[in-house]
Structures are given as C-alpha cells and as structure tokens.
Write a protein that binds this ligand. Structure first.
Ligand SMILES: *Cc1c(COP(=O)(O)O)cnc(C)c1O
Length: 301
C-alpha cells in the first residue's frame, strides 16, 4: 500500500525570512496524491492495513459535504478494493458538489444525516439507530482520527534530514499534529493552527494522543470558522502560489501559512530558527470553494 511518500522539503526564499534570520521549509505532503492528499493518506494507511487484516470489505466513515477525508477514503477504497460508505452531514443537494461527485465516481455510497444526528454520531443512540445496519463495516471516525491515524502521522517527519526548531501544521481534529508531536526531539516544538472557531477543546483531544508537552495551539487564525474565508486569506493564498509556487487550500494550509507568516512578521520566532511547515494537502477543496466565493468576487487561482 504505497503512494508517493518521498515528497520534497521545499525551501521558501523570501525577503521577510531573510530580514528575520529564519529558514522556512514546506514539506509537500500535498504531492502524495492529488486526492488522498497528505495527512489523509498518513491517517488512512494503518487503518486500511488493519481493515484488510481483519477481513473487512467495507469502510464506513463520516464527513461534511466538502470533506477531504471523504474524498480520500473514497479514493483509497477504490485503489485498495474496499467498498466505501460515507455518512454525510446535512441534506443531499443536486448537482453534487465536486468533492461528493468525486466520491461517488470512486464508488462511494452516500447517506445523508440531519445535522442533529450528525452531531450525535458518537453516541450510543446513534449507534443503535444507524450503525447496526453497518455491523460488518470497518468504522473510521470523522476526519479519520484514531490511534492508528496518529501512528501514521508519526511518520510524516521520518525522512526529514535537516534539524529544525519548529514544525507548523493546520489542525482539524488534532490527529495529524498529535503524530507530529510524538515524533519530536526534545529541543523541537510543534505549533498548530486550528481552522475552526472555538477550538479550545482540541487541547483536551490532543492530550489523549501525545507523549510530551512540546506543543502549542494558536487559536487566532480560524477566519470566522471552519471553511470560512475572507479576502485577506484568499489574497494571501494567491500571493503565495504566485511568489513561491506552492498552492495552498483555503480551509487548512492557507490559514496555517497566513498565521505562520504573521507570527514571523511579529518576531514570534527567535533569529536563527528553522521552521518546517507541513503542507497537509486539501487542494481538492479549491474547486468547491471557488464555486462558493464567486458571488463575493473572490477566486483562488
Ligand atoms: C484534515 C486536514 C487537516 C487536519 O487534520 P487533523 O488530523 O484532523 O487535525 C489539515 N489539513 C488538511 C489539508 C486536511 O485535509
């Protein structure tokens, strides 16, 4: 089960970095695959092995209608011969958005859950109402985060040969950063940028998975909430691609790099530091986002 896991560590050259005496590299996990991008592959990898070892033939998972995890699971199912079922938050819409259209093309069956049911998806009542029908499915939680997912993310930095001081990462459910944290050396620190508002609870989530306290979440760069954007963010994403030839997604990596850039400007990092930013992928979401922001005159190029 291998995709392109040897991905480049791309150095960013910029007058700001020079002025502040910092080295910044972007680990291009987005290049693993255009649909199972980055961290979603890392998170699925050991889960797929476990599902295969236990002779499951169907994967069941959850996600919002634009979820990178849904797209990744659908593609992984197709690639490795699993049936896939996606329980999607909210009402069915026609035509399908680009993410769900892709999932269906990969063979995923979609079922829609009301927002109330979706919110309760880890409850006993929910399991009795919905999951009994799916007893023979390998269950992958929302966003793909579980112990095996964290184990997969502990390998993200395994081929990085340079020494670094900080690793920065976008945070959704906290699985990816948990893996990164567990792989740190004692002098290194992880800095997470949650893309949802009110993400304080993530501190408790991450503690469940990690073995040290060398990490901080910066809660300032959610831009109003999950999948919310503004023109400053879109401008930054377009600037970054044009200047550094690195495409960023608007839900995760764009917000993370925007935040990182601002912290650099504000002298958060001491001179001489080396920073690695993890490009966790998510580029499949740009198409759907562009459809939603067109009416505000915004576009990601
Ligand atoms: C899902 C996702 C994340 C968040 O990962 P978590 O493990 O849920 O914190 C970050 N970046 C991208 C591109 C993602 O798709």
């Amino acid at each position: 089960m291998n995709l392109q896991l040897k991905v480049p560590l791309q150095k960013v050259t910029d007058s700001l970095l020079e002025e502040k005496g910092l080295d910044l590299f972007v680990k291009r996990e987005d290049l693993i695959h255009d649909r199972i991008s980055g961290n979603k592959w890392r998170k699925l990898h050991y889960n797929l092995e476990e599902a295969a070892a236990k002779k499951y033939t169907t994967l069941l998972t959850f996600g919002g209608a634009h979820s990178n995890h849904i797209a990744a699971t659908a593609f992984a199912g197709k690639l490795f011969g699993f049936q896939t079922i996606g329980l999607i938050r909210g009402d069915a819409t026609q035509p399908l958005n680009p993410t769900l259209k892709y999932a269906v093309e990969c063979g995923m069956q979609l079922r829609y859950l009301s927002r109330e049911d979706y919110r309760d998806k880890t409850s006993k009542e929910f399991a009795e109402k919905y999951l009994l029908d799916f007893n023979d499915c390998y269950l992958i939680p929302e966003g793909g985060t579980n112990l095996l997912a964290v184990k997969g993310c502990e390998e993200i930095l395994s081929d990085v040969e340079i020494d670094f001081d900080f690793v920065c990462c976008a945070v959704g459910t906290g699985g990816t950063i948990s893996g990164l944290i567990n792989s740190l050396k004692p002098h290194q620190r992880a800095l997470g940028f949650p893309s949802l508002k009110g993400a304080d609870f993530l501190n408790e989530e991450i503690i469940k998975y990690v073995s040290n306290s060398q990490w901080t979440l910066n809660l300032d760069y959610h831009f109003g909430g999950y999948a919310k954007v503004n023109s400053a963010l879109i401008d930054f994403i377009n600037y970054f691609k044009k200047t550094h030839h690195i495409p960023l997604d608007p839900v995760y990596t764009g917000k993370m790099l925007f935040g990182l850039w601002e912290l650099i400007e504000k002298d958060y990092f001491r001179r001489g530091s080396t920073i690695i930013a993890i490009h966790t992928g998510g580029l499949q979401g740009i198409l759907g986002m562009n459809q939603r922001i067109k009416n505000k005159g915004l576009q990601i190029y």
